[in-house]
Each structure stands twice: as structure tokens, then as C-alpha cells.
Design a protein around this ligand. Sequence first.
Ligand code: DQA
Length: 144
Amino acid sequence: MNILVIHGPNLHLLGKRKPEIYGKATLAQLNSGIKKHAAGLGAKVRAFQSNCEGEIIDLLTANAAWADALVINPAAYTHYSCAIRDAIEALELPAVEVHLSDISKREPFRKISVIKPVCRAQFKGEGQLSYFKALDFCAALKKQ
Ligand code: DQA
């Protein structure tokens, strides 16, 4: 199966950005772990990072035909991007929301996810394991 992985704004700074919250791994290391994990599931991954809302929507649109499922860490867009929410809904891609940190235990504005209602599942608070669990979830979807 083909899994589209999208990392939202500021995730290009992984490794340097608040490692006590987001961990020490860089985005390149995270993507390599994601690709390895996906290969173990027999899945192919296309991974992208963008700091721009419109670009994320364009990436979703451009890769929707290729992808069987979407794993997305919308980062700060999680909390207010109705545009990304609508794109996921419109493309009818089975989507899974992921966060490195536990957004339910941080500042009040992070507790809200406008993306969650258009996703099949949300994995959070477990660093890269959150992504691996999302990939496992996608693989299980395919078998249904
Ligand atoms: C994040 C949590 C968001 O609140 C934050 O804006 C991020 C990263 C996470 O992975 O924990 O940039 O999505």
C-alpha cells in the first residue's frame, strides 16, 4: 500500500526545536524511521514537510490518487486550519492524525484539533512511535 506522510510547520526544525518536548531526532532521522517501519509493513511512503497551509493542501491533492492512506502531523495547523480539514474531507483519503507530543496535556489552545473529526484515528504523545502506530493503523485498514 502507499502511504502519504505530511509533516506541518516547524517540523523541519526537529532535533533543535524543544527537544525536551519533540525529541532529539531530526526530520531526516524521523523520515528514515518511518520508511523503515513502513517497509516492514510492505508499504511505500512519500514524505513531505511544509510550513505553508496552501502547499499542504496542494501536496494532499497532488498525491491523493497515489495514496491509499494519509498520516498527517499538521503541527500548529491542527488547532485552527479549517482549510486542511476540508481538504482531507474532500479527498476522502483515510487519514490518521499524529503528534509527537501529547497535545491534550499542554497549553489549552493545543487541546483543540479541528483535524480530528476527519481522521480515522489520532496517535499522540509517543514521539516517533506515534507515527509508527499510525502506519500500523493504515496497514490494518488495508486488510479490512
Ligand atoms: C505537534 C503539536 C502541535 O501543537 C505543535 O504546534 C507542533 C507539533 C506535535 O507533533 O506534538 O508543531 O503537532
